[in-house]
Design a protein around this ligand. Structure first.
Ligand SMILES: [Zn+2]
Length: 105
């Protein structure tokens, strides 16, 4: 069964490896279609996805994927600088405007 649709092949492999370390049998599928994205109006079907080999592991796999998604969302969420109120993108650890670094008092 299809358990997770990734945004790109890299993400598909990260999640797949994550699941495998938790003894969940899965594989990446649909990768070959990714190169066609943009040329064909396939939508979600052209994205690589994780195929779960053992449906009885579904709940466990979903929990791991949920945790992964929460983690990446936090990582890439935009943040507002408490010092100069400038908006910064989540992947930056410091304010581009004033140089304030996340985690500083
Ligand atoms: Zn700032």
């Amino acid at each position: 069964m299809k358990i997770f649709v990734a945004r790109n092949p890299t993400e598909a492999h990260i999640v797949c490896e994550l699941l495998k370390t938790e003894q969940i049998a899965c594989e990446v599928r649909g990768e070959g279609m990714f190169g066609l994205k943009g040329e064909l109006p396939f939508g979600e079907d052209t994205d690589p996805f994780i195929w779960l080999l053992l449906p009885e592991q579904q709940l466990m796999a979903k929990a791991i994927i949920d945790a992964y998604q929460k983690q990446t969302e936090r990582q890439y969420r935009d943040w507002q600088c408490p010092q100069c109120k400038e908006k910064n993108e989540g992947q930056f650890g410091a304010c581009w405007q004033c140089g304030y670094q996340i985690g500083e008092p």
